[in-house]
Design a protein around this ligand. Structure first.
Ligand code: ZN
Length: 95
């Protein structure tokens, strides 16, 4: 197995996703433990996968129906802020 073959067949992605057949996986491991370039690529790609998974878990995107509720809450919070500021200005004698 060569570096060019690994890139041409996108073996790093397949390996990390557990999609390589056992024989290919063993051959790939023998190569990448011995090749600094491929080893670095595996580690970089693994790190990118881990980061992507972590970010997906941390910041779930609300379903579309929830956006209306979120926008309504923001509008109410804004209105409360404006009214509060007006009350404060009135009580401070500024209006
Ligand atoms: Zn290599």
């Amino acid at each position: 197995m060569t570096c060019n073959e690994i890139r041409a067949r996108d073996l790093v992605e397949q390996y990390l996703r557990g999609q390589l057949p056992t024989d290919d996986s063993s051959t790939f491991e023998i190569h990448y433990f011995d090749c600094a370039r491929c080893f670095a690529e595996v580690e970089t790609t693994r790190h990118a996968h881990t980061t992507a998974r972590r970010n997906r878990r941390r910041e779930p995107i609300p379903p579309a129906k929830d956006w209306l509720l979120i926008m309504a809450k923001v509008a109410v919070a804004g209105a409360v802020g404006v009214i509060g500021a007006m009350i404060w200005q009135y009580s401070a004698g500024l209006i």
